[in-house]
Design a protein around this ligand. Structure first.
Ligand SMILES: Cc1cc2nc3c(=O)[nH]c(=O)nc-3n(C[C@H](O)[C@H](O)[C@H](O)COP(=O)(O)OP(=O)(O)OC[C@H]3O[C@@H](n4cnc5c(N)ncnc54)[C@H](O)[C@@H]3O)c2cc1C
Length: 535
């Protein structure tokens, strides 16, 4: 035994070896934690709708929360939004009659071939049973169901890009979205958000299931920022997330830059939620990824806040997140031709709108998806068109400023209106007359409009000039139904959650109008709750 024990010289050699290895770092040290200036259970990046929903939900689960926002104010694109929120709402939809044109739509769904609906074929089968039951019952009120919302999301999003790549909505995410949209709306109401008592179709929503928030997007931001502050969420403005911190394969925090340009490290003990929005205001990033539009000039205006520059997508990709659907960018057809702003015009629910080009002619089904409308608009002279409405839609809105700025034009006759917008009067008059006939017959033989509002007949008439602008980026970080960010191998990246426009997968090639608000609050809330539980 003694032979195995080292002598004095042996001990000296072992000591020397240990010293060498330790100096050269060959012994595994206990993992060093990055020094943190601040820490909380949950750290949220981005103070738009998804980020505030996540922060509030996490705090309501008892977590300590820090939210960082790079702008000097909260809100992102959410505060600019109309706030149109798609969710099945039997109470309000039950007050509306099912119009003949929509009944025809349901008949068409009964004829659809399930084989063409991919992962959604079971959904279509269930929907057909629901429609048959509805018809058999003799019911006359507006039909809707979670399955119809899912099928519209699928049909609205299934697209092929310029290279022939097909994309369709992720089934599990879409089911989660449509099933939970009414619950998210209720959650918002519990936090003080109010909705109007009428169901509409926001442009490109494909069915009357749009709930209109009172006070537009600002109402969400106001209610949730108050709720977050009431739960002691620490909100740091002018603080930009720059880089995620990974330790042993887990996201544990973020390096950020504060208002004074100083780097700070914020540690997330349980989870970090990425909610930095899309990349609609980043022309270079749009150009880098676009695979859907033949021409997407860098100078094309956008409806977005300038802060929506894709930061979270870049940060997520650096820690191994899988990106999905990045090539698909939505143009909003009805944007201001120079500024891209959205709410500088007058229109109503999609079925009430009439679009004419510079020749005074209709050129598209105004109830169609936004990419269909934008493609058609881009083919018109100067990519310009006018939304024509009458006094029934203008109602008691204050339009003085819009008139002064020549954002809109108003006249007592269609002929006068046509003169003002330099459109041949006889064409505009003939087109409106023809369109009113389609409203009466609930059938549009020219473009197949699927839903009709009022006849355009009550003066004064209003025309709003419009042209497509960049509006929404459908692609982003891949998530699962628990809002966990997925790596390229399909496994969740521990510690990292995401919600809102920074994510991809649900809206595929074209988002339905009104589906983004549902998305940010359904998944924002889930992301916050799961981050709080480290799920
Ligand atoms: C004018 C307009 C009208 C719209 N109307 C509707 C509508 O009626 N219905 C509908 O469904 N959808 C609508 N949309 C789309 C919808 O509003 C957005 O998709 C949605 O609000 C995005 O929410 P979000 O929380 O994901 O991101 P945002 O609300 O955009 O918030 C992201 C936040 O992250 C911050 N941020 C970015 N980078 C960083 C960083 N590095 N560090 C810290 N913070 C960062 C941004 O400053 C921003 O505040 C509209 C969009 C626009 C632009």
């Amino acid at each position: 035994m003694n032979k195995l024990r080292p002598n004095r010289m042996g001990w000296a050699l072992i000591l020397l070896l240990c010293l060498t290895l330790s100096v050269s770092g060959c012994f595994r040290r206990a993992p060093q934690k990055a020094e943190a200036d601040k820490e909380a259970d949950v750290v949220v990046l981005g103070g738009g709708g998804a980020g505030l929903a996540a922060a509030t939900a996490a705090a309501e689960k008892g977590a300590s929360v820090i939210l960082i926002e790079k702008a000097a104010f909260l809100g992102g694109n959410t505060v600019l939004a109309g706030g149109a929120f798609n969710a099945v709402n039997p109470e309000l939809q039950g007050k509306e009659e099912l119009k003949q044109a929509l009944r025809d739509e349901l008949e068409e769904i009964l004829e659809a071939a399930e084989g063409e609906f991919g992962d959604f074929k079971g959904t279509l089968a269930t929907l057909k049973e629901q429609i048959q039951e509805y018809f058999a019952s003799g019911e006359t009120k507006l039909f809707d169901s979670v399955e119809l919302h899912m099928i519209h999301t699928y049909l609205g999003g299934k697209r092929t890009d310029l290279a022939g790549n097909e994309i369709a909505s992720d089934f599990a995410l879409t089911k989660t979205l449509c099933t939970n949209a009414p619950k998210a709306k209720k959650w918002l109401e519990e936090h003080g958000v109010e909705f109007s008592d009428k169901i509409d179709t926001v442009l490109g929503a494909l069915w009357p299931r749009t709930n209109s928030v009172i006070g537009m997007g600002n109402a969400y931001i106001k209610a949730l920022s108050e709720a977050a502050r009431a739960k002691d969420v620490e909100i740091m403005l002018e603080t930009r997330g720059k880089e995620l911190i990974m330790e042993e394969g887990k996201v544990v925090g973020v390096k950020a830059e504060d208002a004074a340009g100083k780097e700070i490290t914020i540690r997330a003990k349980k989870g970090l939620v990425m909610a930095t929005g899309g990349f609609g205001a980043n022309p270079e990033m749009r150009a880098k990824y676009n695979t859907y539009w033949e021409d997407l000039p860098l100078e094309m205006p956008t409806t977005n806040s300038p802060h929506i520059s894709g930061d979270g997508i870049v940060m997520g990709e650096k820690v191994g997140a899988n990106l999905v659907g990045m090539g698909f960018i939505q143009l909003m057809p009805s944007s201001h031709p120079e500024t891209g702003s959205l709410f500088s015009g007058v229109w109503g629910s999609a079925e009430t709108q009439l679009f004419v080009n510079k020749d005074g002619r209709r050129f598209v089904n105004e109830y169609a998806e936004r990419d269909v409308l934008s493609k058609a608009a881009l083919q018109q002279e100067d990519a310009l068109f006018f939304i024509i409405v009458d006094q029934q839609i203008v109602g008691d809105r204050d339009i003085e400023v819009m008139l002064e700025r020549k954002d809109i034009f108003q006249a007592d006759t269609l002929e006068e209106l046509a003169e003002m917008i330099a459109v041949p009067p006889e064409n505009l008059v003939a087109e409106v007359e023809k369109y009113n006939g389609y409203v009466d017959n609930q059938h549009d033989p020219d473009f197949g409009k699927e839903n009709f509002g009022n006849r355009i007949e009550e003066p004064p008439f209003v025309a709003t000039p419009r042209s497509p602008a960049v509006h929404h980026t459908m692609g982003g970080l891949q998530i699962d139904t628990e809002a966990r960010v997925l790596a390229k191998d399909g496994k969740p990246i521990p510690g990292l959650y995401a919600a809102g426009e920074v994510t991809g997968g649900i809206h595929a090639g074209n988002r339905l109008g009104g589906n983004a608000q549902a998305d940010i609050f359904v998944f924002g809330r889930t992301a916050g709750e799961n981050a709080a539980e480290g799920k």
